[in-house]
Write a protein that binds this ligand. Structure first.
Ligand code: ATP
Length: 621
């Protein structure tokens, strides 16, 4: 049987177990993702999926979904028989189809992180909630939504708070979102659970449509996602999830490593453990293991890697400055590239985005090494591509004041440079007295070039509609917003800005969306994995998080300094982040730090002591 070819005994058990829920629990590189693909193939090979039904597979990123789709196609399976996507992607389609049953309009959009922050600041102010930071409120709301049983319960839970004004702030937050026909990312899951719980006929429809359910990266889900899995899988009892508690790195987004246990208990799942790692040499696994063993409350696992071969290496380097580090990384990449490793099989990983990392770009450009960042390069750059995306939303929803305000906020400082003006967003708020709207802005009497530009923009948004070609709108907006001129003013970021604009256009060209609303739905749910391109021979540069699930011949982990790794956060999760980074390596692992970065003196990461550098690094250098 093709689907079982080349699998080991435990993997075969995982692929073949049907008529009961399963949890495949295993460390990195043990074939968890592979099992999902092979299991899909197995179900079709054995004719276990009735005609007109589909297999539902939930992945953590879009890239994982696309990769699985193409692997399954290579195994000769019709990809139309599989519903592959992320939790948000699935929930979006459920809500677009049936959301009106719980008063969610079908053409809702997602509130962007910037708009959400602004909205939260405004509701905290309006409700006199002092001494609470915006991110604390955001996390509080998020936590409630992720742990509630349904939407009604979420609202009841907010009433229990003792902080004066907090409940009304939470209620205003929801009201303002709904008034603007928006939801946040937590709502997507919560509302879907609410919908399915309250409409058994719909739940029946989904049970019928998807007799088999597969979940990748279960360790990064939250309680509400678990609830959704439980609901969708409750009748068929054919749910298979794969997970590794040591790779749980999304706690800051509400993921709970404990959901693995809860899944096993709630779904009465049969556990299968995999121990054979097919990716890395044993020495790299031992080093990674010596680090992760410092975490308590974890399931102990044995990992058997392949024997270390000539060419495999683990090197730890220290440098006086970050420039020296970047130059060494570049030279080493050139060296191993000459030895035959393709650029696309090499990755440079760092803990978090940081403008100091621009040095890597500069050195790579100078040394002619092709590279591509996964996701955004720097933290605070406001992207023109985001501006265009948000403008598209405004065309669909011209009365959305949250979007309009955020667009003006990003546009006006830029236009100010162009028109030498000192106008602020407040000026426009005052100008139209009260609620901002495209229609009102389109009617203002311009007093200067800047007003005129804002008016033209507003007229444009009011004049287009969602049936027009989104590529034409992109091109027209590009000209109208004078983006090519503004790019000249943003010399430092021009490269990064142009890259994102190109990516957005590329995405639009490739998209099969039937109209702007569908396109916005797609763009809203893009994650960093959308920037990962396998066909081009370029070195990847990425955060630890965006490299999850991927594997590379050579991995460089840079900037391993004590205030960066671990960052000021949950130390156990930081350890897991570094563990994920180390275990991406198929052969070579280089870890480095600099004594000086951004004009500050640095100490090596304390994790080096835990890795027991002497025992591993020198052995195979
Ligand atoms: N039975 C097998 N024989 C040969 N290679 C295998 C086998 N199982 C998995 N592999 C290979 O091992 C590598 C790791 O597999 P996969 O990516 O599925 O692991 P994973 O458990 O999902 O890893 P991670 O948790 O680190 O993302 C892949 O290159 C895969 O093709």
């Amino acid at each position: 049987m093709k689907s079982l070819e080349g699998l080991n005994e435990e993997q075969i058990e995982a692929v073949e177990t049907i008529d009961r829920n399963t949890m495949v629990f295993a460390g990195p590189g043990t074939g968890k993702t592979r099992i999902i693909t092979q299991r899909i193939a197995y179900l079709f090979e054995r004719d276990l999926v009735p005609p007109s039904r589909k297999v539902l597979a939930i992945t953590f990123t879009n890239k994982a979904a696309n990769e699985m789709r193409s692997r399954v196609q290579n195994l000769g399976i019709d990809s139309r028989r599989i519903r592959l996507g992320t939790f948000h992607n699935l929930c979006q389609s459920v809500l677009r189809a049936y959301g009106d049953k719980i008063e969610v309009s079908r053409d809702f959009t997602f509130v962007s992180p910037a708009q959400r922050s602004k909205l939260i600041l405004s509701v905290l102010r309006n409700n006199n909630v002092r001494n609470m930071k915006e991110n604390v409120f955001a996390n509080w709301i998020s936590k409630l939504k992720n742990s509630s049983v349904d939407y009604g319960e979420y609202l009841r839970k907010t009433e229990k708070t003792k902080t004066i004004g907090l409940t009304s702030a939470a209620v205003e937050y929801e009201t303002r979102l709904r008034e603007n026909n928006m939801i946040d990312f937590d709502d997507a899951i919560l509302l879907t659970v609410t919908l399915l719980k309250n409409h058994s006929e719909l739940l029946w429809l989904y049970h019928n449509a998807f007799p088999y359910l597969l979940i990748d990266e279960m360790q990064d889900t939250n309680r509400m996602q678990l609830e959704l899995i439980r609901l969708l899988g409750e009748s068929a009892r054919n749910v298979m999830a794969v997970a590794d508690d040591d790779q749980s790195i999304y706690g800051w987004r509400g993921a709970l490593p404990t959901v693995i246990r809860e899944y096993i208990e709630q779904l009465n799942a049969h556990s299968i453990t995999l121990v054979r790692n097919y990716r890395s040499p044993q020495i790299i696994l031992d080093a990674a293991n010596s680090l992760i063993e410092h975490n308590d409350k974890r399931e102990k696992k044995t990992l058997i890697g392949r024997e270390t071969e000539p060419g495999d290496c683990l090197e730890i380097k220290d440098f006086t400055t970050a420039i020296q580090e970047a130059e060494w990384v570049a030279d080493k990449i050139k060296e191993i590239h000459k030895e035959g490793i393709e650029y696309k099989k090499i990755i440079v990983l760092y803990r978090s985005r940081h403008s100091g990392l621009k040095i890597i770009d500069d050195v790579f450009i100078q040394k002619k090494i092709p590279f591509r960042h996964f996701g955004k390069n720097f933290n605070k750059v406001e992207l023109f591509s985001d501006l265009i995306k948000e403008s598209l939303k405004l065309i669909v929803e011209p009365s959305n004041d949250l979007i309009l305000e955020s667009i003006l906020e990003s546009l006006i400082p830029r236009y100010s440079k162009l028109y030498r003006s000192n106008k602020t967003v407040n000026h426009y708020e005052e100008l139209i007295e009260g609620k901002l709207s495209v229609t009102k802005l389109a009617e203002i009497t311009p007093e200067d070039d800047m007003d005129d530009a804002v008016k033209q923009f507003a007229k444009f948004c009011a004049g287009y509609n969602h049936t027009q070609s989104y590529l034409k709108i992109y091109n027209d907006l590009y000209d109208l917003l004078k983006i090519s001129t503004l790019l000249l003013l943003e010399k430092n970021d021009a490269f990064e800005q142009s890259r994102h604009l190109e990516l957005l256009k590329e995405k639009m060209i490739k998209s099969r969306a039937r109209n702007i609303i569908d396109l916005i739905g797609e763009l809203d749910l893009q994650d960093e994995s959308n920037y990962i391109e396998n066909s081009i021979d370029e070195v990847g540069i990425s955060t630890f998080h965006a490299a999850k699930g991927l594997e590379y011949k050579a991995v460089f982990i840079i900037a391993l300094e004590d205030d960066i790794v671990p960052a000021r956060y949950d130390e156990a999760e930081e350890r897991r982040g570094l563990y994920v980074a180390m275990t991406r390596s198929e052969s070579k692992l280089y870890m480095s730090y600099a004594q000086q970065r951004d004009r500050q003196r640095k100490q090596p990461s304390r994790f080096f002591e835990e890795i027991d550098v002497k025992r591993f690094a020198h052995k195979i250098r």
